[in-house]
Design a protein around this ligand. Structure first.
Ligand SMILES: NC(=O)c1ccc[n+]([C@@H]2O[C@H](COP(=O)([O-])OP(=O)(O)OC[C@H]3O[C@@H](n4cnc5c(N)ncnc54)[C@H](O)[C@@H]3O)[C@@H](O)[C@H]2O)c1
Length: 441
């Protein structure tokens, strides 16, 4: 069996590389010819731990190749995974233009029976639309399936290879058995493959992301109350998270959720519900809380240094929306930086992997440092945005001596406030009651 993957982004690239690693021949395609040329040379367009090695290894063995020729994919592969982007429309709905464009190419170019599998997150009913689009252009049988992806950037390869579950939305036994074979080639526990109808599979992805986003907004709301009541949110988190009905995951208070998926998928879900006159108020509240959460860190800075930050430099540690990725889509750091610039501050930023992406977004508007301590030189405050390992145990003597004012705004609860204060730094947190220590001046 040879498989094709259309869309070589975070999802498509990981999918292609992991199937190739399982011994399957994979042809991965994208409309972005710069991306494809880079990939052919073994250069990665994104940072994802372990991905470069996996791609290069499988390219070298000849199991993985890249192309911009989507017709070649349709003609030479048996199973085609669609992993193109599904961004938001203005009204919040998911834009499935890319999906339909690919479907038209498949319909026009297929010469024999195909299995077409959607990995992209798409509104309920899209599989049906894909099938109709293909069938309008071809009378050859096509089996359209929905196989939503649950990988997390930063641990995408292990998530893909050892998934909690694989959701297969299918409408034919033939497709079900081929896809089970495919996943069975690397999954230890094939009992985790769940077969369901197409609409349920499409819905499962949205419901999962909405649940996770809800947990984050929930814990951030509780953290705000803890701060007012002098309760320790970390203890409360442990206190509730050890209840096996609740669990600890996605209950870390912080600067709000970011990334390409949560907000986009929440908006799409809200639109789907509103279109059906169903009440999306729970989802709206989750999104609203998150937007508010993203503003808290710059408010901590302004609360301490005043509204006019002209002539003041603020250092940012961490730009990506979470550690171990260079992805800055919807990252809370974007909100903080824009707000600081509006208040007149200059911003110097460090991130282990996202500097190139940040340069693309901010150009000359902020300065970038390859060294995390260099970013602190003459800074009036440090805002820690992303919990990369290199920020967990910094040399606080160096932090203090480099800064004009030793003010730390801890957006991810990384530090022990008492320890920081004992070292002569000021500690502020948007989500911890341990804040507003005596000023250092
Ligand atoms: N990133 C994640 O963590 C994640 C996780 C699960 C699901 N998803 C979903 O997977 C889908 C892809 O997400 P992503 O993060 O990989 O996006 P991405 O932007 O990283 O990659 C999408 C790729 O598709 C290509 N593309 C767009 N239109 C195309 C076309 N017509 N033909 C060929 N290629 C085309 C783009 O050039 C790009 O390389 C989205 O629906 C997303 O919601 C993403």
């Amino acid at each position: 069996m040879r498989i094709g993957v259309i869309g070589a982004g975070y999802v498509g690239l990981v999918t292609g590389a992991c199937f190739a690693e399982a011994g399957i021949s994979v042809l991965c395609g994208d409309i972005d010819d710069t991306k494809v040329s880079c990939l052919k040379l073994g250069e990665m367009p994104i940072y994802e731990p372990g991905l470069a090695e996996l791609v290069r290894k499988n390219v070298d063995t000849g199991r993985l190749d890249f192309t911009t020729n989507l017709t070649e994919i349709v003609r030479t592969t048996d199973v085609i995974f669609i992993a193109v982007g599904t961004p938001s429309n203005r009204d919040g709905s998911a834009n499935i233009r890319n999906i339909l464009e690919v479907s038209r190419i498949i319909g026009a170019e297929m010469r024999e029976e195909k299995i077409v599998v959607t990995k992209s997150t798409v509104p309920v009913g899209t599989s049906q639309e894909i099938r109709e689009t293909i069938e309008n252009l071809s009378s050859i049988p096509v089996h359209v399936c929905s196989n939503p992806e649950f990988l997390r950037e930063g641990s995408a390869i292990s998530d893909f290879i050892n998934p909690d579950r694989v959701i297969l939305g299918v409408a034919s036994k033939f497709a079900e058995s081929r896809l089970k074979d495919l996943y069975g080639s690397f999954m230890k526990n094939t009992d985790a493959i769940m077969v369901m109808d197409l609409a349920s599979a499409e819905m499962t992805k949205y419901a999962a992301n909405a649940m996770l986003a809800t947990r984050i907004s929930f814990i951030n709301s509780i953290a705000a109350l803890c701060k007012e009541k002098n309760a320790d949110i970390q203890m409360v988190r442990k206190g509730i998270g050890t209840d096996c009905r609740i669990g600890l995951d996605y209950l870390n208070p912080g600067a709000g959720y970011g990334g390409s998926c949560f907000s986009k998928d929440m908006k799409a879900l809200i639109k789907m519900m509103s279109d059906l006159n169903l009440d999306p108020s729970i989802l709206l509240a989750v999104e609203e809380q998150n937007e508010h959460q993203k503003t808290l860190l710059h408010h901590e800075v302004v609360g301490r240094l005043g509204n006019d930050l002209t002539g003041k430099k603020i250092a940012i540690w961490g730009l990506s929306f979470k550690p171990n990725t260079d992805d800055m889509r919807e990252a809370p750091s974007l909100v903080t930086i824009e707000a600081l610039l509006e208040h007149g501050a200059s911003v110097s930023a460090h991130d282990p992997r996202a500097l190139e992406e940040a340069r693309r977004r901010f150009g000359m508007r902020i300065s970038f440092c390859e060294d995390q301590y260099e970013a602190l030189n003459d800074a009036s405050a440090l805002v820690v945005h992303t919990e990369w390992d290199c920020y967990r145990h910094p040399d606080f003597e160096r932090v203090k001596s480099n800064m004009r004012k030793p003010i730390v705004v801890d957006g991810r609860n990384l530090y022990d406030p008492d320890w920081l204060v004992s070292k002569g730094l000021e500690y502020y947190s948007a989500v911890s009651s341990e804040t507003n220590y005596e000023r250092t001046e």
